[in-house]
Design a protein around this ligand. Sequence first.
Ligand SMILES: Nc1ncnc2c1ncn2[C@@H]1O[C@H](COP(=O)(O)OP(=O)(O)OP(=O)(O)O)[C@@H](O)[C@H]1O
Ligand SMILES: [Mg+2]
Length: 259
Amino acid sequence: MVKPTRIRKRERRPRIKDADLFKTVEEVFDVFTLQHLERLLSKGIIWELKGVISSGKEARVYWGKDKKGRDLAVKIYLSATAEFRKSIKKYIMGDPRFESIPKHNFRKLIYAWTRKEYRNLVRMKKAGVNVPEPLAFSGNILVMEFLGEEGYRAPLLVEVIEELGEDEVNRLYREVVRQIRLIVCGARLVHADLSEYNIMIWREEPWIIDVSQAVEHSHPLALELLRRDIENITAFFSRYTDQELDLELEEIRRCLQPQ
Ligand SMILES: Nc1ncnc2c1ncn2[C@@H]1O[C@H](COP(=O)(O)OP(=O)(O)OP(=O)(O)O)[C@@H](O)[C@H]1O
Ligand SMILES: [Mg+2]
């Protein structure tokens, strides 16, 4: 394991201040991750890593800064659990963009997964979806726009819904539906893991995150995955409003190309 102090030896080195972060770096990052991190640091894409925003089983998200002091979100995929590998394969296989990935090289699978999230973000952004702007990727590290202020991430939909009045819930619901339509009809993708946990509320709008598993319309499971996304969202919002919810979503289903 390469010690994180290697990062400190670089000229014009980025500062990594948080003692906990050091500990985390040492514990969870393998030599490949450190190499990719160094690459992004030396290119000046990441200038400073400031602290952990979220630490899940498969990925950690860090708050960072670029050279100009702009906030960044840095998502780092960790070495995959067996369950994660299974799901990676499910979403990558059947996607023509990733046909050449060796199925048993776990590191390359994770790299492909990271690239997939980056590319999905690019496509969604182009289609006008509210997603964090993708800035760079290297290996298992994805750098994107930070949703939040001063290192405080924006809240997830699930974290704010109870504080909202019904009019606001209805407005957000309509806006989420519009985002889903842009993903499916504009970016020609299906998010495939859409829920109140993967939508952040920032500047009073819903922002879609966590798009690594999003698939093309041609994916054999696209329709099933779209149905599940729609059901999750409808079921969640219907707990907070009396409004009739699924009419518009029928239309989105029609947008999905027939197999
Ligand atoms: N661009 C961003 N700006 C600010 N915070 C973010 C950003 N992207 C992700 N986060 C935060 O990190 C968390 C995890 O991100 P994400 O959902 O993309 O990863 P995940 O694979 O689902 O990880 P986990 O297993 O921890 O949920 C989010 O719930 C959110 O709090
Ligand atoms: Mg998530």
